[in-house]
Design a protein around this ligand. Sequence first.
Ligand SMILES: NC(=O)c1ccc[n+]([C@@H]2O[C@H](COP(=O)([O-])OP(=O)(O)OC[C@H]3O[C@@H](n4cnc5c(N)ncnc54)[C@H](O)[C@@H]3O)[C@@H](O)[C@H]2O)c1
Length: 261
Amino acid sequence: MKRFAGQTVLVTGGNKGIGRGIATRFAQEGAKVAIAAIDKDTPEAARAIAAETGAETLGLVLDVTDAAAVRATYEEVEARLGALSVSVQNAGVITIAKVEDLTEREWDFNLDVNTKGVFLCCQEAIRRFRASGTRGRLINTASGQARQGFIYTPHYAASKFGVMGLTQSLAKELAREGITANAICPGIIHTEMWDYNDRVWGQMLGDYGPGELMAEWVEGIPMGRAGTPAEVGALVAFLASEDAAYITGQTINIDGGLIMS
Ligand SMILES: NC(=O)c1ccc[n+]([C@@H]2O[C@H](COP(=O)([O-])OP(=O)(O)OC[C@H]3O[C@@H](n4cnc5c(N)ncnc54)[C@H](O)[C@@H]3O)[C@@H](O)[C@H]2O)c1
């Protein structure tokens, strides 16, 4: 299927993990794909996606917490790939700490990247959709922690509940313009972020060796396995497609049945 032929799609955090799965799916479906992430290897990752899929890609280094840099990135994407149709706000961070050890700096770091970063990118994408008259799509990566806070991550949970709230508010403002805004809640997807979680939560919750906490939590998933970035990419592509034209303001779990609300 080439549902996005000729369309320009931007995925933040698209150089690795879940974002890479999302970017690759759009590239496979004919989109011109820009990825923007803080990692220095982002241009190289874009070239690898192009080599794998034959799509036109662009990789830009971006810190999503920097409003001026966000604006410049969207400008460059449109200058080089054409008017934007889909913006996927996926870049995110996590840290894990007991409440009395949780620093203000950590709180700000998680909220800045996960919530303010999503807001700044949505704001810039909306400016561009309106300027070009595009019935664009916003898709924001929240988390199972937008449904239920887990232990030792009140800041991360707050940041992801925030993503759900801002998505709903934007959806209401944009609905009459044909622009949709939705959020997704991945459960357990094996990425570098999960390796960090496995190690740090594992140390804090008990005497877990490498991979053991992950294995225990995956056992608790009704489907009995972790998800893949490609599976998340398939959901995001659906939400960006014509088939999802009447879906807005929703937060959709993709977690093998882990959370059913
Ligand atoms: N892996 C999971 O199980 C899981 C579960 C729920 C939600 N999520 C969310 O999915 C998203 C992707 O996570 P992942 O597991 O692929 O993690 P990852 O660590 O593999 O990738 C994180 C991405 O975010 C980018 N990033 C971080 N800070 C940035 C900044 N300031 N500016 C621009 N880019 C920045 C990184 O460059 C990288 O591309 C995150 O929002 C995360 O919170 C992940």
